[in-house]
Design a protein around this ligand. Sequence first.
Ligand code: AMP
Length: 413
Amino acid sequence: MTFDEFDLDRRLLLGIQSLGYAKPTRVQQAAIPEALDGHDVLASAPTGTGKTAAFLIPAIQYLLDSPRRNPGFARVMVLAPTRELAYQTYDFAKTLSQHTDLRVGVITGGINYGSHKDILEKNNDILISTPGRLLEYMDAETFHCEDVEVLILDEADRMLDMGFRSFMLRIADESRNRRQAMLFSATLEGRGIIEFGNHVLAEAVFVEADAPRSEVSKIVEWTHLADSDEHKFAMLGHYLALEDVKKSIVFVKTKERLELVVNQLQAMGIYAAYLQGEMPQDKRLKAIEKLKSGKSPVLVATDVAARGLDIIDVTHVFNFDLPRTADVYVHRIGRTARAGAKGYAVSFIAAHDMLIMKKIERYTEQTFKHRKIAGIEPKNKESAVPAKKKKPHKKKVAKALAKSAKKKTKKKK
Ligand code: AMP
């Protein structure tokens, strides 16, 4: 299948061609025709599957099919959980629509209020925004959602996790003139995502796009048992000195740990950029740019960077600390092996990490075989984890939920 087969506007096809994609990904093949037909879409699609184009392409096609008649606010609204994701989606939308007259704008926190004036005043067609700042503009009545015709909630699970549920409901409620809504979520497990989808979507078509096996297998996952932080630093130093470790992201659990790792790397003569939650937007963008340009070959990050960060040639992801949940592990390692490249994910596992390591093994359906580095082998062995009661497998639960969601939404027809 090719993009030509979707019968898209020539100007949009030119935008797609500039990205050099040979063919649509699975989620694009499944979602684009349904969205072009005007259906609401509920998609289970993690980052790395091509989900952004899956909602932007039909949204742009809609705007080209039915040009704006009256001046007003944005007609396509994309809500994203993090600033990084919002900016990436914005760049993507600009590229796709570069041969059209459509205007694209982005609103996030961390930017001074004056610079959003143009986006709010002019006929902006596509608005990408994080929830917080948009809420301020809605409260101040400098923005309203009545002109929104296509509402897209990207990484909805993450936004629910971040406590934006009532805000998302408010947007859905206030964009009452919309003709279509699309909800994209990395998983449909837990977090009330199905129930939320049922509330916001009407007669939604369900689309599932687990990353195809071929894409998953491009990430090589290695684990090392670690005796202490010193041991972790010795292993990290070993890796960073290897020639094929060209661009890496080192994930840590907390801001304090971030400082520790950045300082220690510096002491080892490695200059690392860093990224954490409370940084102003310009500093964040600079840090990302440093990694992108290769000025800093290492970026140390807390989990704020685990989603959305799309840097094509990250060769290695290091989990200096394991994350708290298995799905965050999958998001973290997905920062490498982007756009078909091969990538490595290396995790250091301390004695207190055994429980979460087992959870990650169950979630990713594999058993880690720990590697050793000559001269810095671990002294400790893997400690036993108490057996857990058998529960139905999460994926099966998600599938069942998704099926029931599909049935319910179809029944409304
Ligand atoms: P996403 O899931 O939207 O974060 O996209 C993940 C990566 O896949 C991005 O680097 C996209 O540029 C890339 N991508 C999206 N669609 C395609 C496609 N059809 N073929 C190849 N790469 C793609």
